[in-house]
Design a protein around this ligand. Structure first.
Ligand code: MTE
Ligand code: MO
Length: 169
């Protein structure tokens, strides 16, 4: 696992960070509350200039997991959610960075380079829908415990909780 990730990191560093562009099915319309809206440089939309996702649509993209501690957690958590990379591929995001915006208007720029760490848009922690101190419903999480470099305020600030919007540039 550890070597797997390191290896992928090295391969990614050699090949560059380009996302594969593939022809996808058109995005369906959300039927439930919209949890995530993506705008900017994207090739797939389901509203003018935007790709909107409800919970079911995010689930349908596939799920991954990681276990890690974090500065605001008293113990490591098993996070489950959709890989950030998968969401960006689904909307055919073309760019070098995204601005992640939260419900509390917090915002921060996340470079596409970070995809090498395989961050998740977590929807669950320890098997339950996110309910950690107001971090729900979506929280960008990194495999912090697996990489020394991630154990830094520079990356901690990219753990956007209450994630609501991504703007691609
Ligand atoms: N939605 C949201 N996410 C956020 C923040 C915030 O204010 N709002 N603060 C960020 C910062 S700067 C850090 S270091 C980590 C941990 O924040 P805390 O140490 O202020 O709890 O969460 C990040 N995610
Ligand atoms: Mo911070």
């Amino acid at each position: 696992m550890r070597y797997g990730r390191r290896f992928r990191l090295i391969v990614a560093a050699l090949l560059g960070w380009a996302l594969p562009v593939r022809a996808s099915e058109p995005l369906p319309q959300p039927t439930g509350p919209v949890l995530l809206t993506i705008s900017g440089s994207i090739g797939q939309t389901n509203a003018p200039g935007q790709a909107r996702f409800d919970r079911e649509m995010l689930h349908a993209l596939g799920s991954a997991s990681l276990t890690t501690g974090f500065v605001v957690l008293d113990r490591p958590q098993f996070f489950e959610g959709v890989p950030l990379r998968t969401v960006l591929e689904r909307v055919e995001a073309k760019g070098t960075k995204m601005t992640a915006v939260a419900l509390n208007d917090y915002e921060i720029v996340i470079p596409f380079e970070d995809l090498k760490f395989e961050p998740l848009i977590a929807m669950k922690a320890d098997g339950q829908p996110l309910k950690i101190r107001g971090k729900e419903p979506l929280w960008i999480v990194y495999p912090r415990d697996d990489y020394k470099v991630l154990q830094d305020i520079r990356y901690d600030s990219r753990w956007v909780w209450q994630l609501n919007r991504l703007h691609i540039e």
